[in-house]
Design a protein around this ligand. Structure first.
Ligand SMILES: N[C@@H](CCC(=O)N[C@@H](CS)C(=O)NCC(=O)O)C(=O)O
Length: 255
């Protein structure tokens, strides 16, 4: 049995791997830093009750004013009292502070880069991650555990005021939406090509917070929609994302 001081809370699926872009973002960091950790799998249905019982803080507030709990979350028992963390970027900043690399060129998010990373995060969330729902919602639903399917349907249908099947775009609307997403990837590829010095990643051969954000989104595409989203992404920008993912592969183990 593996013993570890770090417990990472992630969401199970019916696949052998998770598919949340936000949890992948942190898992990439745990693997990159070669930290020993165990995963506690928590179905979406149970996130609030499990986080409350463990003392993990909420990440935002629901429209009715009650606290909203999300994953990823992380417990580090190395310290006393243990560190109880939620929200992907603060978790990564904590790991960076607590387990810095001896080689400064391997820093994921030096404090001076915080504003730029926040700007990138905003862009990636709004122009890519949030845009995936209308072309991936049924793929997500199918890959959730049976219990989580019920919870997912209730939550998303309440938020959108329509059935999941009607959120999913079809025909011409779907193709136009994919073009919009492709445009966001084109923009990234253009900037990355202009800025690249050594390698496929944002800042050279080493991982940065921006790579974790983008990597999480790409892993979500690969696992949620291997027959549509991932095939499209691989074909875009002269194979840029295939090469990019080949570099990230080293940090994608699920333990
Ligand atoms: N700002 C949070 C967002 C995390 C988030 O939205 N997580 C989703 C899974 S990808 C979640 O836990 N959803 C549960 C729910 O909405 O009930 C982060 O970056 O960690």
């Amino acid at each position: 049995m593996t013993t570890s001081n770090i417990t990472f809370l992630d969401i199970p699926t019916v696949l052998p791997v998770p598919f949340s872009a936000n949890t992948w973002k942190v898992r990439l960091v745990l693997n990159y830093k070669k930290l020993t950790y165990i995963t506690r799998w928590v179905e979406t249905t149970d996130i609030a009750s499990v986080c409350k019982s463990l003392g993990i803080p909420p990440t935002s507030t629901l429209p009715d004013g009650t606290p909203k709990y999300t994953l990823p979350a992380l417990i580090d028992n190395t310290t006393s009292p243990p560190a109880l963390l939620s929200d992907s970027t603060p978790i990564i900043e904590y790991l960076e502070r607590t387990y810095p690399d001896r080689d400064p060129s391997r820093a994921l998010c030096p404090p001076a880069s915080r504003a730029l990373h926040a700007l990138f995060e905003y862009h990636a969330t709004h122009s890519i991650l949030e845009q995936l729902l209308p072309v991936m919602v049924m793929h997500m639903y199918d890959k959730k555990t049976p219990r989580d399917r019920v919870h997912f349907r209730e939550r998303i249908e309440a938020a959108f005021g329509k059935k999941l099947e009607d959120i999913e775009l079809r025909g011409k609307e779907r193709e136009e939406h994919w073009k919009k997403i492709e445009g966001a990837f084109d923009l990234l590829a253009t900037f990355m090509q202009a800025g690249s010095t050594a390698g496929e990643l944002f800042t050279g051969p080493n991982l940065s917070l921006a790579d974790c954000t983008l990597g999480g989104i790409l892993l979500a595409c690969r696992y949620v929609s291997p027959d549509e989203a991932w095939i499209k992404v691989l074909a875009w920008n002269d194979g840029k994302w295939k090469r990019y993912m080949a570099v990230l592969e080293e940090w994608t183990a699920v333990v």
